[in-house]
Design a binder for this molecule. Structure first.
Ligand code: BEZ
Length: 202
């Protein structure tokens, strides 16, 4: 399999952490892909949206975006599933994944805003994105007991990659303030080999 990815993308990191946690990482060839400037034609050939992460199987089939890739990878191993098959456990994992992905959306939008020329930035819009990140951290703090007691799933991975990206690109956002339980959980999750092997760069 081939994965088009960018080292700084939290969505790509989510896929990479999933690959490490499921033992599939050695089966994936990584294709570093520029996300600024013209979109790589090789990527567009597999995903008309030209977005990373995109996974291409050995049979030439392509999968995107990160929830689809991660759930596909989860069918390829014999260990405990990161996507529970049914019941409340499944909906809980999917909701946590959506919350993590939503934090990534807000943070990546903020990143693009950071890169805009000074006169084109919108402070009100930046505050709105920051508000989403802080509100999500607050909500997660209220769910820490359940999150910490739940076996590893895609939601845990999404949340850890999302807040890792916030720390990487916008360390001035103090989501730890008032959220000590979440901060402790993230610190211990960050020590997993899958997280250490996929730290953002660039
Ligand atoms: C970044 O450089 O922050 C970035 C790159 C690709 C996707 C998302 C974010």
């Amino acid at each position: 399999m081939k994965l088009f990815y960018a080292q700084a993308s939290p969505f790509a990191r989510k896929v990479l952490v999933t690959a490490h946690e499921t033992g599939l990482a050695p089966r994936i060839e990584l294709v570093a892909t520029a996300t600024s400037g013209p979109t790589a034609p090789e990527l567009v050939a597999h995903n008309p949206l030209g977005k990373v992460p995109t996974l291409v199987t050995d049979e030439g089939e392509s999968f995107y975006d990160s929830p689809v890739i991660c759930e596909y990878l989860d069918t390829l191993h014999g260990g405990t599933r990161l996507f529970p098959g049914e019941g409340r456990a499944r909906w809980q994992a999917l909701r946590w994944q959506a919350l993590g992905d939503g934090i990534m959306d807000a943070a990546v939008s903020l990143r693009y805003e950071q890169l805009r020329p000074e006169g084109e930035k919108s402070p009100a819009w930046q505050e709105r994105q920051k508000g989403k990140i802080l509100a999500s951290a607050r909500a997660l703090e209220g769910e820490m007991a359940e999150l910490a007691a739940t076996p590893l799933g895609i939601g845990h991975i999404a949340i850890a990659c999302a807040l890792g990206y916030v720390d990487f690109r916008m360390p001035e956002i103090d989501w730890r303030q008032g959220n000590a339980g979440l901060a402790d959980w993230i610190a211990s999750f960050a020590a997993r080999p899958s997280m250490a092997a996929t730290a953002p760069r660039g």
